[in-house]
Design a binder for this molecule. Structure first.
Ligand SMILES: Nc1ncnc2c1ncn2[C@@H]1O[C@H](COP(=O)(O)OP(=O)(O)OP(=O)(O)O)[C@@H](O)[C@H]1O
Ligand SMILES: [Mg+2]
Length: 288
């Protein structure tokens, strides 16, 4: 008999040859094409690719939100494509997700206390007072205040909403956090704060993180390993420094080209050059 998944220590999340097609007949199209990767204990894995490369579809399959046509997905030996009710509960408490758009991912009719407390209601035996304490603690940990519990999502900014989403994901002490472009809908000025928070939480809770981004700059800061997706295919995979330092695939190199330079002077020059190439008639007149 296999060990129940709830008694297995650590994290071993495996995706092998995952394939997801949409549409039928002549309109059929493969959004995820035999993608494989593995996430281990305490690791941060970046899944990177342009818009439409199949990143969200991959994690939606993983989280049971889409049904793939082929491939295997296992979590600590548990087959995610055929789970018992009990196994699914364990998976759902140990693997949590933060979505891209904090405006649509929080129910506007629920208070912050209800939103962050919901996973506790589903996954623990804590009573209402205990849940309130845990929610208050969690809100403080993500840089908000316990008093925010009584408010509704509409009174929070995008960055604050993402903090609330992170609190909701972590309140049940999961082992894995799946983040689908958690900062791309935010103002540039708050992106770094939210990334810092995710990094802090990753260390504090010893999380394994599956982090999706279309931007290699974002994942460089967070991830130990990277998988590069192009049109549904994993074209490159490896440790961060290898992928950045010695990219093997042309597509990876083109993504790296799009990464803003760390050197401000070089970045400024690059911007000017780019602007120069698209000088508008009015700019040309002004310069003349
Ligand atoms: N439910 C669906 N029905 C049909 N096509 C879909 C569906 N969901 C996704 N697709 C298509 O699958 C492809 C991959 O989409 P996906 O959302 O996974 O990309 P992504 O890498 O997450 O992109 P983005 O960076 O824009 O979020 C796209 O061409 C998309 O239009
Ligand atoms: Mg997406």
């Amino acid at each position: 008999m296999t060990t129940p998944v709830s008694q297995v220590d650590g994290v071993d999340l495996r995706v092998e040859d995952l394939t997801k097609r949409f549409g039928r007949g002549a309109r059929e199209f493969t959004a995820v094409d035999r993608v494989s990767f593995r996430l281990g204990t305490g690791e941060t894995l970046g899944l990177v690719g342009e818009s439409g490369s199949g990143k969200s579809t991959t994690v939606r399959c993983l989280m049971g939100l889409e049904r793939p046509q082929a491939g295997t997905m296992t979590y600590n030996g548990l087959n995610l494509r055929r789970m018992t009710f009990r196994a699914e509960r364990v998976f759902r408490s140990q693997v949590q997700m933060v979505f891209q758009d904090p405006y649509s991912s929080l129910d506007p009719r629920m208070t912050i206390g209800q939103i962050v407390g919901e996973p506790l209601r589903v996954h623990t035996d804590l009573d209402a007072a205990q849940r309130r304490d845990r929610v208050g603690e969690m809100l403080e940990r993500v840089g908000l205040e316990p008093a925010h519990m009584k408010r509704f999502p509409r009174s929070f900014s995008g960055g604050q909403r993402q903090r609330i989403a992170i609190a909701r994901a972590l309140v049940v002490r999961p082992r894995v956090l799946v983040c689908d472009e958690p900062v791309s809908a935010l103002d540039v000025s708050v992106q770094a704060q939210v990334l810092n928070l995710i990094k802090d939480m990753q260390q504090e809770f010893a999380l394994s993180v599956l982090f999706i981004a279309h931007d290699l700059a974002v994942v460089r800061y967070l991830c130990d390993r990277l998988v590069i997706l192009e049109k549904g295919r994993a074209v490159e995979e490896g440790p961060r420094d290898q992928v950045y330092g010695d990219p093997q695939h042309a597509y990876t190199r083109s993504l790296l080209e799009a990464v803003p330079r760390a050197d401000p002077a070089a970045e400024r020059e690059r911007r000017l050059r780019r602007r120069g190439s698209i000088t508008s008639p009015s700019q040309a007149e002004a310069a003349a």
